[in-house]
Design a protein around this ligand. Structure first.
Ligand SMILES: [Fe+2]
Ligand SMILES: [Fe+2]
Length: 185
């Protein structure tokens, strides 16, 4: 299985946009945290999180098929490939099935809403509460690119209450808050 360093090098090769890089790092952190909690393979789950939007910048109209092709060529595990296909099931027809598939879907849009909310808070992500994120969820003009339906159903996707899921993802992102530029002061 390719290492995290190799995956990160691949990400840097394909993705120039800093916000997209941060999004992929955020999803990686969240998915890794869930893997750890569930006693799953954190390295494998992490690769799916880190690389799920690999081709979004270069080939948005084919996303994620070009990424999947590149990952298969490089010997990435089929579990990683399946999760990446399933995070865009409406395009690929591959439905989320495994715990990894479902966790990736659950963590994708929510990281965007958490990022946008943290950016307008005085203390960034440090004291960010699920309540604030949910308030912004209901404000459809705020971070309008974030798919609200996907956010609303993200908790149940992995059998969690939405508040608990948001708290978990905030905690995961806070661990890399400096790298994400979400820490103020
Ligand atoms: Fe995507
Ligand atoms: Fe994504």
């Amino acid at each position: 299985m390719p290492s995290r360093d190799e995956a990160l090098a691949l990400l840097h090769e394909w993705v120039d946009n800093q916000n997209l890089r941060k999004h992929m790092l955020s999803v990686e952190a969240a998915v890794r945290r869930y893997a750890r909690e569930a006693g799953e393979d954190e390295e494998l789950w992490g690769l799916a999180g880190l690389l799920h939007d690999l081709d979004w910048e270069k080939h948005p109209e084919e996303h994620p098929l070009r990424a999947v092709e590149a990952l298969r060529e490089r010997g990435y595990p089929e579990e990683v490939v399946h999760a990446i296909l399933a995070h865009r099931s409406e395009f690929t027809g591959v439905e989320p099935e495994s715990p990894l598939d479902r966790t990736l879907v659950a963590c994708d849009e929510i990281t965007g809403l958490i990022t946008a909310t943290a950016l307008v808070r005085p203390n960034g992500i440090d004291d960010l509460k699920p309540k604030s994120v949910k308030k912004k969820m209901r404000d459809s003009a705020f971070a309008a690119g974030v798919d609200r339906e996907s956010v609303r159903t993200s908790g149940e996707m992995i059998g969690l209450d939405l508040d608990q899921h948001i708290a978990n993802v905030i905690a995961a992102m806070r661990e890399i808050g400096d790298e994400l530029g979400l820490r103020k002061g």
